[in-house]
Design a binder for this molecule. Structure first.
Ligand SMILES: Cc1cc2nc3c(=O)[nH]c(=O)nc-3n(C[C@H](O)[C@H](O)[C@H](O)COP(=O)(O)OP(=O)(O)OC[C@H]3O[C@@H](n4cnc5c(N)ncnc54)[C@H](O)[C@@H]3O)c2cc1C
Length: 694
């Protein structure tokens, strides 16, 4: 028996109001540097970003008595607050039935390779605590009558470790964490964008000294760009992923992340070759991921050309109606594009087919009022003629309704509600969508406490490069919570964030401001707009799901040229408010060169297709087939086993991107803790290994 869910319950899970921020505390002083009157704020630790990861770090530190502030470009912006899917997923150890096995979970998390084994275990073992604490704060994760958490299977998850509060799980996480931050009186500076990390010392002794930010609230005649100094020995970068890198993107608008910011400060990045791409509606409209029940309802997918003619393009790829419909369904839990799933008529042929249609200038839609049309010469669609796994799932879900929209309504009414909120009625009209960039698996290289190579600089959430080639759906949100907590524990144990530094750092700040202002030049031919379209088009066209050696190499040459031009001529901006975008686009241009450098290095050294990208090569061993014949153009290199055990590290030295490789950190599954032996290390804080920071 199914229970109809009243509208107000659906509304509460889709319209999630955010709390009101407290008034901002003023600066402690003001100084005149580089001709600008700059306010100075001081804190024990500055958390950059107020997504789920940054808020978690802030709350955990504040509870431990640290002196912290949050600065955020946009308090309720970013992916946690603004993104989701049909059931936005949190991946945690199974807390129902017979429970879970953390070691097995860690193996599953790192199964795609290029992931540190200890990190995978940290995420697995930390997941129960992070979930329980979110529940304690009020996150409404669904339970059975005896307290087990309801679970389902998601991408790269053979066990069923996924759970969800509905389409807006991460927004609800932000809400409960923000309420806690406000309750704890964490100072919050909104509309405040970090633009430069300030450091002191040289070589191995170099460490964080603070941060330059641009704040609308600090704009004055004597400080037209609103430059502000945050003096702090510790920073936590929680600025999310580089969503603006790609034109075809399901990130919300204005996600820049902190890769460029970090590179400029000499922070090492890792695994930049690894991203996620999949189907969704783009940020030009309402950016949303179309995984789970959207496709498990099996809508008809078609394209429309410039003359308005419809094309049943998936029928050119799949051999039977059953195969076509079953693979559309599988996109539900095989959501990200994966090269090997193009083989044997697998589900990533759907992504390939869609991206070919869009590249040919056709618009692609899913229609919930039509079942898939038949493959020519084959039988019509029937719920009785589906692959066994698909038929069983729909049977168990009770989704035997005639039309996709009714199956969707039955399985997940919130999925329909959600689009209605944005004036899109998928029950009435077909939904336009595409293959988009969704997630950066790589990022700032960190250890198991979230520490980067720059002393005093931590990174958590999507800013950190903790994921390997694949990640189970929901592992991003889990990693942000686990590492937000771990970084906070470590910072607290170091004692460095207990009080704000009081010293004078005018010289360092002045040099930083001078460098910042040198980039922003009204006469430059390079504008915010021109850099954006240049970077985004190149990344989407040359570094999307289909890559090859020549086009990536060429894209890298162009990206290097753009950065050389920026260094030579600066970035022009229009209104004063656009100046911060000028700095962010300079950072994105740098991030784009870093991604392309890593990708070019990987491909040139024989790297094969893995994760999000197929590396096409006429000599490649793998050949996808369509109903109409072999897809020679998409012949690709298979993955090389040895690449799984290492990661590509990227850093900026002067104006040059430097690349190296390192082996994944290991985790000894046979090692066991022993209470009496190991307790002293915990009691004395030796587990935090803080001496290495001194
Ligand atoms: C459509 C979509 C669906 C997704 N679905 C899932 C899912 O089901 N499960 C899952 O685990 N993951 C999912 N992800 C990924 C996941 O949502 C993100 O990885 C995660 O929310 C990132 O959280 P974060 O706190 O690191 O960053 P964000 O939530 O992006 O927050 C970044 C914060 O930093 C601020 N900021 C940025 N730059 C600066 C700066 N220079 N100075 C100051 N502040 C700055 C922003 O304003 C924002 O407050 C999805 C992503 C998308 C796009």
């Amino acid at each position: 028996m199914t229970t109809a869910v009243p509208q107000e319950i659906l509304d509460a899970l889709t319209d999630v109001d955010m709390p009101k921020l407290p008034p901002e505390a003023g600066p402690s002083e003001a100084v005149r540097l580089a001709g600008v009157e700059v306010p100075v704020y001081r804190a024990g630790c500055v958390v950059v970003g107020s997504g789920a990861a940054g808020l978690r770090a802030a709350v955990e530190m504040k509870r431990r008595g640290d002196d912290i502030v949050i600065i955020s470009q946009s308090a309720w912006g970013g992916t946690s607050a603004c993104s989701g899917s049909d059931k936005q997923t949190l991946h945690t150890a199974n807390t129902a039935d017979q429970g879970d096995n953390y070691k097995a979970m860690a193996r599953a998390i790192r199964s795609g390779g290029a992931m540190d084994e200890d990190t995978a275990y940290v995420e697995a073992v930390g997941s129960s605590r992070m979930m329980a604490s979110l529940q304690f704060l009020g996150l409404p994760l669904p339970q059975d009558p005896l307290g087990g958490t309801l679970r389902y299977q998601t991408d790269h998850d053979e066990v069923g470790r996924a759970t969800s509060c509905g389409p807006r799980t991460s927004r609800l996480m932000v809400k409960v964490l923000a309420e806690e931050a406000i309750r704890l009186a964490v100072p919050f500076y909104n509309q405040t964008t970090a633009v430069k990390i300030l450091t002191e010392g040289e070589g191995a002794g170099r460490r964080v000294a603070g941060m330059l930010a641009m704040r609308a609230g600090d704009r004055t005649e004597a400080n037209p760009l609103g430059i502000a100094i945050f003096v702090s020995d510790v920073i936590v970068l929680a600025a999310g992923g580089p969503g603006e890198l790609y034109r075809d993107s399901v990130y919300p608008n204005g996600c820049f992340g902190s890769l460029g910011l970090a590179l400029e400060a000499g922070v090492e990045l890792v695994n930049l070759t690894e991203s996620q791409f999949g189907i969704g509606t783009r940020r030009e409209g309402f950016p949303w991921n179309l995984s789970g029940t959207y496709v498990q309802a099996i809508p008809h997918i078609y394209s429309v050309d410039a003359d308005g003619v419809e094309h049943h393009f998936l029928a050119q790829y799949y051999r039977t109606t059953q195969e076509l419909a079953s693979n559309v369904f599988r996109k539900g839990y095989q959501w990200p594009f994966h090269a090997t799933r193009m083989l044997d008529f697998g589900s990533s042929l759907v992504d390939l087919a869609i991206s070919c249609e869009t590249a040919a200038g056709r618009r692609v839609f899913m229609d919930f009022n039509r079942n898939p049309l038949p493959v020519p010469g084959d039988q019509p669609f029937s719920l009785e003629r589906l692959d066994e796994d698909v038929r069983l799932y729909l049977g168990k879900a009770g989704a035997g309704q005639e039309m996709p929209i009714d199956r969707l309504k039955h399985m997940n009414p919130l999925a329909i509600e959600l689009y209605r909120r944005y004036k899109i009625d998928i029950a009435a009209d077909p939904l336009e969508f595409a293959v988009n960039n969704q997630h950066m698996n790589g990022g700032i290289m960190v250890d198991t406490w979230g520490r980067s190579n720059l002393a005093g600089c931590y990174a958590v959430g999507e800013a950190a490069g903790t994921h390997g080639v694949t990640r189970p759906g929901g592992a991003a949100l889990n990693a942000g919570q686990v590492f937000g907590t771990r970084a906070a524990e470590h910072i607290s144990a170091s004692g460095r964030a207990k009080r704000a530094p009081t010293g004078d750092m005018s010289a360092i700040a002045e040099a930083g401001i001078t460098e910042l202002l040198a980039v922003l030049r009204s006469e430059s031919p390079l504008t915010v707009k021109s850099i954006r379209s240049d970077v985004q088009a190149r990344m989407s066209e040359k570094a999307g799901i289909i890559c090859d050696r020549e086009s990536v190499a060429q894209a890298l040459i162009e990206a290097r040229r753009l950065n050389a031009d920026i260094r030579a001529g600066g970035v022009a901006y229009g209104r004063v408010a656009e100046a911060v975008r000028g700095v962010q686009w300079r950072h994105m241009a740098l991030a784009s060169e870093a991604v392309l450098s890593a990708l070019d290095f990987f491909i040139r050294n024989g790297g094969g297709s893995r994760g999000a990208r197929a590396i096409c090569d006429p000599q490649g061993e793998s050949l996808p087939h369509a109903r109409t014949g072999p897809l020679e153009h998409y012949r690709f290199r298979t993955e090389r086993e040895e690449d799984r055990s290492e990661q590509i590290v990227v850093r900026l030295e002067g104006d040059e991107i430097r690349l190296s490789k390192r082996t994944n950190r290991a985790f000894d599954e046979t090692a066991r803790s022993f209470f009496e032996r190991d307790w002293p290390a915990w009691l004395t804080g030796r587990i935090y290994d803080v001496e290495t920071d001194e």
